[in-house]
Design a protein around this ligand. Structure first.
Ligand SMILES: NC(=O)c1ccc[n+]([C@@H]2O[C@H](COP(=O)([O-])OP(=O)(O)OC[C@H]3O[C@@H](n4cnc5c(N)ncnc54)[C@H](OP(=O)(O)O)[C@@H]3O)[C@@H](O)[C@H]2O)c1
Length: 236
């Protein structure tokens, strides 16, 4: 569960742990990992790495590849604005997906904002030198989820819109249901329910919805994957 020191990632990790699953939690730094103490006390393992640092993302993939492959990865870490948007919301989940091919279940946190993203993978500043568009980043990560579903038929890969919910990102006045905001990710990741053996979906509160038309466009997916491979030097 990436980005589990706070918000939806923390809530999802806590409830998967409470349901008896082995959970690996993630924080950007040792200081933020301190917030995970209640979960590590219950047996969660921690990995640490700042997702604006590609070497740290690669380090986490290598660390996880050394042990038994996790059954599922929930790509949850995200930022709303600023130069970290593309590195955290797109490059990190892409690299983890490319470098850790074993998990059977992949869940990518999308957003209703992805509908207003621009379906253009060229000319994007992936580096974090300039501020990135959140809407674009969520369109890209939703298309990544669909591309993985297409290219890895043995994997269940899905994207989830958690709704606008009251976390650090969503803000205290967010109108959505915080509980509903993390249940779909848990359901898709846990593998307890045969109904969750699905791939290529875009989900909101356990209901499948139609994403932005570019998400299912194989030509757009391929342009995006090419741009990410060129940018990172790592192919999917
Ligand atoms: N809340 C909403 O209304 C909403 C709506 C649609 C989609 N989403 C998506 O849901 C996901 C979770 O969001 P949330 O609402 O739970 O937000 P949040 O409370 O701000 O939590 C985001 C998590 O990502 C981590 N993170 C951010 N930058 C990082 C970095 N550079 N390296 C490593 N970890 C980093 C944060 O760590 P720190 O705690 O250390 O900052 C935190 O654990 C995101 O992908 C978001 O885009 C949220």
């Amino acid at each position: 569960m990436t980005g589990s020191a706070d918000g939806l990632g923390r809530l999802a990790a806590a409830s998967l742990l409470a349901a008896g699953h082995a959970v690996i939690v993630h924080a950007r730094s040792p200081e933020r990992a301190a917030a995970l103490r209640p979960l590590t006390d219950q047996g969660a393992r921690v990995v640490i790495g700042d997702f604006t640092d590609r070497a740290a993302v690669r380090g986490i993939a290598a660390e996880l590849a050394e042990d038994e492959t996790p059954d599922a990865v929930v790509h949850n870490a995200g930022v709303w604005s600023g130069p970290a948007v593309m590195p955290v919301n797109v490059i990190a989940p892409y690299l983890l997906t490319a470098l850790l091919p074993g998990p059977r279940r992949l869940v990518y946190l999308s957003s209703g904002s992805h509908y207003s993203g621009r379906a253009a993978a060229a000319g994007v500043d992936w580096t974090g030198r300039t501020a990135g568009s959140y809407a674009d980043s969520k369109l890209f990560v939703t298309a990544l989820a669909a591309a993985v579903a297409r290219l890895r038929p043995d994997v269940y890969s899905n994207a989830v819109d958690p709704g606008w919910v009251p976390t650090k990102m969503g803000g205290a006045d967010a109108p959505g249901d915080l509980e509903q905001g993390h249940r779909t990710q848990e359901w898709l990741a846990a593998g307890d329910d045969p109904a969750a053996d699905v791939s290529g979906g875009y989900w909101y509160h356990r209901e499948r919805r139609d994403p932005h038309p570019a998400v299912g466009d194989a030509a757009f997916q391929d342009r995006l994957l090419d741009a990410l491979a060129e940018e990172t030097g790592t192919a999917l």
